[in-house]
Design a binder for this molecule. Sequence first.
Ligand code: ADP
Length: 267
Amino acid sequence: ISATFTPYYNAAGQIEGLVVVLQDITEQKKLDDMRKEFVANVSHELRTPLTTVKSYTETLMDGAMDDKEIAMEFLGIIDSEADRMAFLVRDLLQLSRFDNKQVLLDITDIEMNEFLYLTVKQNKIHAEGKHQQLSFESYEKDVVIHGDRDRVGQVVNNIVTNAMKYSLEQASIKIYITEDDIYYKISVKDTGMGIAREDLPRIFERFYRVDKARSRAMGGTGLGLAIAKEIMESHGGKLTAESEYGKGTTMTMWFPKKPPELPCKEV
Ligand code: ADP
């Protein structure tokens, strides 16, 4: 709370009273802190790969160039660090477009049984590489949602990729559809490491990772779920998570059955 004191005077110039203004600045301070933390995070996430690029380049220039095998290895590292920076910038730009309400959706009817069947087919090869079972149980009836195919695909892929990343070999990842009166719900359930109760509400925050080093090593930017949440909200829906630490996680995408007013592209 901030307080300002202003005295007021009578005709004779004597102080007659004091005006005290009390202001609750907690909300403002919270926003300010969040902004500062975000800038610190962006700087850190960019500086880490830059430092690596710089040191490998210097080592190459200092003579490592002469050994072709080592040179190729170092160039490979530089290349992947450059990719990492590019992914980060791509994700930051997408978030900033949501922040500035510049995202226009290309809305069509999407039949989710067909859409999820295709998504699973595309991701199967990655799951098999980790000996994980990825499956989709088709729903008993047609499920048509109103959405932007590319963006909805981005959310599903992000959640499925996370399910694979944060689960060990042999894990099972199941995708299924349910519904209530208002929403169609698409869930991705994994038997992976799970998320502790205190971390769960924070995973949608920008750059929040339960295990920073581990997640970074797996190539994520820490922005995937923040973007996925924005995409779901821009579709008039939401994204939720349930989890039991050590047992597994279920992420659910909620799509309103009734087509909402959406920021569409002009046709
Ligand atoms: P990242 O690029 O780090 O994967 P995300 O925004 O996609 O970033 O996810 C944020 C964090 O949430 C991850 O770092 C991870 O700690 C946690 N997380 C997301 N999905 C799962 C999951 N299926 N199981 C366990 N932890 C998860």
